[in-house]
Design a protein around this ligand. Sequence first.
Ligand code: DGL
Length: 267
Amino acid sequence: MVDRHGAIGVFDSGVGGLTVVRQIEARLPTESIIYLGDTARVPYGTKSPETVVRYAKACAQLLLERDIKMLVVACNTASAFALDALRDDLDIPVLGVIEPGAQAAVRATRTGRVGVIGTAGTIRSERYREALQCQDPSITVFSQACPLFVPLTEEGWTTGDVPKTVAEAYLAPLLENNIDTLVLGCTHYPLLKEVIAQAVGEAVTLVDSADETALVVQESLEALKLCCETPLLPQFRFLVSDAPSDFEQVGQRFLGHVMQEAEWVNL
Ligand code: DGL
């Protein structure tokens, strides 16, 4: 029996999933969250599907041992490769970030020409294409891996000439294909939203999968009657598999506020 007072478990390869936590916190201020950043093994975006599945299963197991009521895979690459395996293995609700982003893009597009950007792994997996075309087979999907966006955001290079030049180079092929909607299919990309918006122009609607995922978390908790209703102070815990102080320092920009101490865990 799942306890509605349990925390929501969230994991990512590192700091990126904190953009999803930020949106969950904003929508569901009474919910407790346990976050796991697999900082010892980041990045996932360059790894093989088999390796990402193995890592994702280890992350899920560690969070399950802490009695979570729902698991949010707050990593596009892990959602792309491991969501089905995790859903098969676990008997609590498991949500990823790809379906929510795809749903929002289907609602947003007027021309049916949708761009998707993400890590090399996410783009190679074709999971966004499948999710988009499963909802509307007439949609044409144009994809682009943007591997330099992850280190840029972690370095704090989210404004100025360097990210502008990189964004323009990555996004030019999508613009040539006349997309009208662009899915930010990586947890790091919300930090580059302004640069990306400038590069694609006002005619292209940006879909932030972090925001859409938080909305789906809320709807799922409500539908499953798993919302925490007692007005207790929510608990937040941040677990990492390596270098807690680096995680705290970089993570604050992703979370949008100061975070409590991160704890090292042996994964
Ligand atoms: N969090 C990953 C994602 O959303 C990006 C970072 C990584 O490659 O691990 O795909």
